[in-house]
Design a protein around this ligand. Structure first.
Ligand code: ADP
Ligand code: MG
Length: 692
């Protein structure tokens, strides 16, 4: 079969090598990628809604008008740095369009006197001119001319591409699709059942809607298609990983579990006891456990992992716990070693830093079964790590592992091992089902007694200096501190965001002069990160200037202060997880949220943290305030990002797709049709989950 859609975009007219690079930055490599690069959902230019500047609604909804470009002025402010203001006028008035950061590149193609079409949201301005934010501006051409009504797409672009260029090549690609044909990915019976338009029609109408109704139909089909393919891919993936193996039924709690309980320096809380009932019940069942243990930071999840590992060991099996970083794995080793003291159970740690001789010995004792508990990082996924009888897989802070990684660990057993996933992020049910399959959930509310309240304060930038002076006082008193920033590099283009490197350099020159501090971010090598974390844990580094990489369960009891720069950039649940890094020792701890955003809503949102200690409550607030899309990226689960569907808003469709996918895969002829469709999968995003 002629798979024209895998050809590079350079086969199209007007895309040379140089321009192809610009497309690559949008992750558009092939013709298929291009067709799947949907326009921005809320920015279509619908000429039936065209208004004059005077008529523009100032209610924050999407507006469209036409006018003459007067001038472009570059401005500078210390907070947002470079930005540009474009002045457009028509017979009824003036409008000011604001462009920040990388968006300003679009403006290079504009000249005074040009006729332009503008979309955006209008706010009341200080002057007579209307103020337009989130604006797009397109020079008027034949397409946007008044004589051609209809609806035009607006794409998200990088610097060197224009809307017209993208529209032209998408049109070419659509013409090619019409000529060469486009395979279906959704079985015909389902297309019929839901009266979906065929694929080509849907793509045509998502890019160049013939009417508002045609657009809605196209969108309805493509949302379904995304979720359906995702479900099918996940189900095939699971079949592949768990096929044919039976589970293990562990006996009722025995001597080892009792001994670990006895070794704990505390009593289990009610929540922990209930969680243990769920977990031990699952482990005693021959059906493999697949359980998500959700509990706020500090709710005491580790104990449950320890009990489950004890249960596996006392039944003669092995257990493995995987943590996302070396330092977390090291902390688990220390905790578990103390919980298992006097039991004779062997525990080992395997990371990428493990010395070859030690590694060899670990692998041998795993293979002969004499090692019962393995703690590790991604290093445990390597091919040559083989267990003799693995019956339990625990992953900690799961959202840092992908679907395939989890599958690979579970595949290391002759049985279908019991799987326990521990997370501090409250994950909505639909998302959990999507990401983890048929999973049971245990939620641990509250915290064990004895944890200290973290004093949380919120200040605007004018207090910055005072806040940092406070930090120096903490350090003089022998404590340590975190400074958390929202971005790694300035070039990430977020307006007004101080990058971690910038903050680090500045602090080192000023308030922290002479105080040992270190920089930590996600683009460093794992070994380098671990080294820095260890130095901080050991106390030789006093201040850690970092990004959200510290979010995951690091434990440094001597750290008593966390300062978050540009705090408005974070979600409440995320800030709550971050502040969980302090307040772990005997000293009173503080979390200071700094923001330059004086918007009353923003400040109100941040003060919620001052008043609440409950991660689950905060996550709920987040959902209400910020919407679902922003909070849960699929990519961090190793899944393709969705372009049109919203896992939380499109719950109904998602559940329908789950059922349809199950049905399609269980009926031989449907399954064949589906696999044929996916084997020449058109959308390369999904190739990863289908081919694993
Ligand atoms: P997380 O759920 O964030 O992984 P941990 O398992 O690290 O939480 O537990 C946080 C702290 O609470 C640890 O210091 C642990 O020893 C302590 N802890 C756990 N369970 C109890 C309990 N039942 N009573 C008192 N302290 C507890
Ligand atoms: Mg933990």
């Amino acid at each position: 079969m002629d798979v024209w859609w895998t050809e590079p975009v350079t086969v199209l007219k007007g895309i040379g090598k140089k321009r192809a690079e610009a497309f690559e930055r949008l992750e558009i490599h092939t013709l298929g990628d291009l067709l799947n690069y949907y326009p921005r959902t809320d920015s279509y230019i619908d000429f039936s809604h065209l208004k004059t500047i005077r008529e523009l609604a100032v209610d924050g909804s999407q507006q469209i008008f036409r006018g003459e470009l007067m001038n472009v002025t570059d401005r500078y402010s210390p907070r947002v740095r470079q930005y540009s203001v474009v002045l457009v006028r028509d017979d009824t008035g003036y409008a000011e369009l604001y462009f920040f950061g990388a968006q300003r590149y679009y403006l290079r193609h504009l000249k005074p006197g040009m006729a332009v079409v503008v979309t955006g949201r209008v706010k009341p301005g200080r002057s007579a001119a209307k103020v337009v934010s989130e604006a797009t501006i397109t020079p008027q051409d034949e397409e946007t001319d008044a004589s051609s009504p209809g609806i035009l797409p607006v794409y998200s672009l990088t610097e060197s591409l224009t809307q017209q260029q993208l529209r032209t090549v998408v049109k070419q690609a659509l013409a090619l699709a019409a000529e060469k044909g486009l395979p279906e990915t959704v079985p015909a019976s389902l297309l019929q059942r839901y009266r979906f338009p065929d694929r080509l029609t849907a793509l045509r109408n998502i890019h160049f809607p013939a009417s508002a109704a045609a657009f809605r139909e196209a969108r309805r089909r493509l949302v379904y298609e995304e979720l359906f393919l995702l479900q099918c891919g996940l189900m095939l993936n699971r079949e592949h990983n768990y096929d044919g193996r039976s589970g293990v039924n562990h006996d009722r709690d025995g001597a080892l579990v009792k001994q670990v309980l006895h070794n704990l320096p505390f009593q289990l809380t009610v929540a922990q006891k209930q969680a243990w009932q769920d977990i031990s019940g699952d482990m005693e069942d021959v059906k493999p456990m697949n359980r998500l243990l959700q509990g706020d930071v500090g709710s005491g999840k580790t104990v449950l992992a320890a009990l489950a590992l004890a249960k596996a060991a006392e039944n003669g099996y092995q257990g493995c716990i995987m943590a996302p970083t070396g330092i977390l794995a090291q902390q688990h080793l220390e905790t578990l070693t103390s919980f298992f003291r006097g039991t004779g159970v062997r525990i080992a740690l395997l990371t990428s830093n493990t010395k070859p001789a030690e590694r060899r010995e670990i692998l041998e004792s795993l293979a002969d079964g004499s090692l019962q508990i393995l703690i590790g990082t991604h290093a445990v996924l390597q091919e040559d790590v083989q267990f003799r009888c693995l019956s339990l897989v625990v992953t900690d802070e799961q959202h840092r592992f992908g679907v395939n990684q989890r599958g690979r660990l579970a595949a290391k057993s002759d049985f279908a091992p019991d799987v326990l996933i521990m997370t501090a992020t409250p994950i909505p049910r639909t998302l959990a089902l999507t990401v983890y399959g048929d999973i049971e959930t245990t939620v641990m509310r509250g915290r064990p007694p004895g944890r200290k309240h973290i004093e949380t304060l919120c200040y605007t930038g004018d207090m910055r200096r005072k806040v940092y002076e406070g930090m120096v006082r903490q350090i003089r008193a022998g404590r340590q501190a975190y400074v958390v920033c929202a971005s790694i590099e300035e070039s990430e283009g977020l307006e007004g965001v101080r990058s971690v490197t910038e903050v680090y350099e500045e602090l080192k020159r000023t308030v922290l002069h002479g105080i040992p501090c270190a920089l930590l971010h996600g683009r460093m090598k794992p070994a380098e990160k671990d080294g820095i974390m260890e130095a901080f844990a050991a106390g030789s580094v006093k201040v850690l200037v970092t990004t959200t990489v510290v979010e995951v369960g690091v434990n440094v009891p001597n750290a008593t202060l966390m300062i978050v720069e540009n705090a408005d950039r974070f979600g409440l649940a995320q800030l709550h997880q971050l502040r969980g890094r302090v307040g772990r020792g005997e000293h009173q701890s503080y979390c200071v949220l700094l923001t330059d955003n004086k918007d009353p809503d923003t400040l109100a949102r941040l003060t919620v943290l001052h008043n609440s200690d409950d991660g689950f409550e905060l996550a709920q607030k987040d959902l209400e305030l910020r919407g679902a899309g922003q909070l849960f990226g699929l990519r961090q689960h190793g899944l393709p990002d969705l372009r049109l569907a919203d896992i939380l808003k499109d719950t109904d469709v998602l559940l329908k797709c789950r059922k349809d996918a199950q049905e399609a895969l269980s009926k031989p002829d449907l399954r064949k049709e589906l696999l044929a469709g996916t084997s020449n999968l058109f959308d390369s995003r999904f190739a990863g989950i289908f081919n694993s």
